[in-house]
Write a protein that binds this ligand. Structure first.
Ligand code: URP
Ligand code: ZN
Ligand code: ZN
Length: 466
């Protein structure tokens, strides 16, 4: 059985051209004019782009005294409705566990649920020699990137010697090190001081995690990676100073080795959002926190001129009013103190629509750069290109027929993310997916779900740069 996506404009990171796309089985087999297929999907007036890849998500993750509210089915549905057909989640190492055991735990979470393709980064929290030596086995496990947290003291944070040893090992085995770059020791002191002073409202989350503590840690991680010779990817960059540290390292000659992402939400919100009426600001509590409006322009500039290479979501949803009707506890855990609010925000569904509306249509990034940031660079950096991230013969038929004129109003009432709020309530977007395919199967068409739990596959990723 073949499927022809007919009459659209194909958009890749490098090109924009009118062509039909022929899919046989799970793959694209031809791109051209005058092709025929058994089933025809009309792409008239639409773009045909590679499925989005979100390399930073936390589905079904135990965190902050609860569990993130989307699992590997609901999160996948939400992703697909927004045009994302692959994501890479973080398998967090329980202290004392091997990396294999860690990955098995997370494979168990996805088993029977996955509706889109997925991969895992390993988040290392504990690095005895046995685990250090096991890092090389991650090539065989197909999980070739590792995150280390420089913050969340006493929970996930590692010290510099752990980080540096991991980097040395990664350099030898072409593993990509990812860092959550904030100075967790200093933050821990500021949080304790705020709590002792009775400063407990959500806004103190941002005030106890100032941008200097992100840029300091970013610069430290970069310098350690330069010395270790390890490839480094800085996740969720929020502000101009941290971004400049990445830009400068790349200018010093580490351009093939030092990379950074920002996340959709850091292009739109500020620390003032944490000071909304009552407890409302808790919805905006994530780490690192939101910064200043001036950072938005700098981040848009950085994603346009390649100082940053990827925009992901850090999708880590919690209920606002959890703990009832089968809902896991959520943001309300921190009603009495910002220090207890689970950190994280939803966003896997909205990324492509927001970046198309406020990036492409607003003239901040080109159509091709949008595809590069959201689809192609994630696949290239994380070892699954050209199977993923491109519209080309031989690639998986993970495709989105994108209607550039479709209008949607983002709302908790209509979203597919399993939570009771969206950061973008009432926002209008122009441009949305019409049809979404994963390896040739239609997942979403005209707003209706056709996907299936269990159809998503684990994607075994190659080492960095291979
Ligand atoms: O607040 C956030 N970002 N929660 C998820 C964990 C992380 O730091 O990425
Ligand atoms: Zn993080
Ligand atoms: Zn994260």
């Amino acid at each position: 059985m073949s499927t022809l996506i007919k009459g659209g404009t194909v958009v890749t990171a490098g090109d924009t051209f009118a062509a039909d796309v022929l899919v046989e089985g799970e793959q694209i087999v031809a791109i051209g004019r005058g092709l025929s297929g058994d089933t025809v999907i009309d792409a008239d007036g639409a773009y045909v782009i590679p499925g989005g890849i979100d390399v930073h998500t936390h589905l079904d993750m135990p965190f902050g005294g609860t569990v993130s509210s989307d699992n590997f089915f609901t999160g996948h549905q939400a992703a697909a409705f927004g045009g994302t057909t692959m994501h890479i989640d973080f398998a967090i190492q329980p202290k004392g566990a091997t990396l294999r055991e860690t990955l098995e735990l997370w494979h168990g979470r996805a088993a029977g649920k996955a509706a889109i393709d997925y991969g895992f980064h390993v988040a290392i929290t504990d690095l005895p020699d046995s685990v250090l030596n096991e890092m090389q086995d991650c090539v065989g496990y197909g999980a070739t990137s590792m995150k280390l947290f420089m913050a969340y003291k006493g929970v996930l944070q590692v010290d510099d010697s752990t980080l540096f040893r991991a980097m040395q090992q990664a350099a030898q085995h072409r593993l990509l090190i990812m860092v959550h770059a904030e100075n967790g020791d200093a933050i821990d002191i500021l949080v304790r001081e705020a709590v002792a002073a009775g400063n407990l409202a959500p806004k103190y989350h941002a005030l106890t995690r100032p941008p200097q503590l992100e840029s300091e840690a970013t610069n430290r991680a970069i310098r350690l990676a330069e010395v270790a010779g390890a490839p480094l990817y800085v996740v969720h960059v929020t502000n101009a100073e941290a971004m400049e540290a990445i830009r400068q390292s790349r200018a010093r000659g580490y351009g093939g080795q030092i990379f950074g992402e920002t996340c959709t939400q850091y292009l739109f919100f500020t620390k003032a959002d944490l000071d909304r009426d009552g407890f409302e600001g808790a919805k905006w509590v994530c780490s690192p926190p939101f910064r200043e409006a001036s950072d938005h322009d700098q981040l848009w500039g950085a994603v346009a001129d390649n100082a940053l290479q990827v925009i992901s979501t850090d999708h880590c949803p919690f209920w606002f009013a959890g703990g009832v009707d089968g809902r896991t506890p959520g943001k309300e855990l921190g009603r009495n103190s910002f220090a207890q609010i689970p950190n994280g925000c939803p966003g896997i569904e909205e990324r492509l629509m927001l970046l198309y509306t406020h990036g492409v249509r607003a003239g901040r990034i080109s159509l091709n750069r949008w595809v590069e940031l959201c689809c192609t660079n994630p696949a290239k950096l994380f070892g699954c290109y050209p199977r993923k991230g491109v519209v080309a013969p031989g690639a998986d038929a993970d495709l989105v027929v994108w209607d550039p004129e479709a209008r949607r109003t983002l709302s908790a009432a209509t979203q597919h993310q399993r939570t009771d709020y969206t950061l973008y309530e009432g926002w209008e977007v122009v441009g949305a997916p019409r049809t979404v395919l994963s390896r040739g199967r239609v997942l979403v068409n005209d707003g209706a779900w056709h996907g299936e739990a269990g159809a998503g596959q684990f994607i075994h990723r190659r080492p960095f740069g291979l």
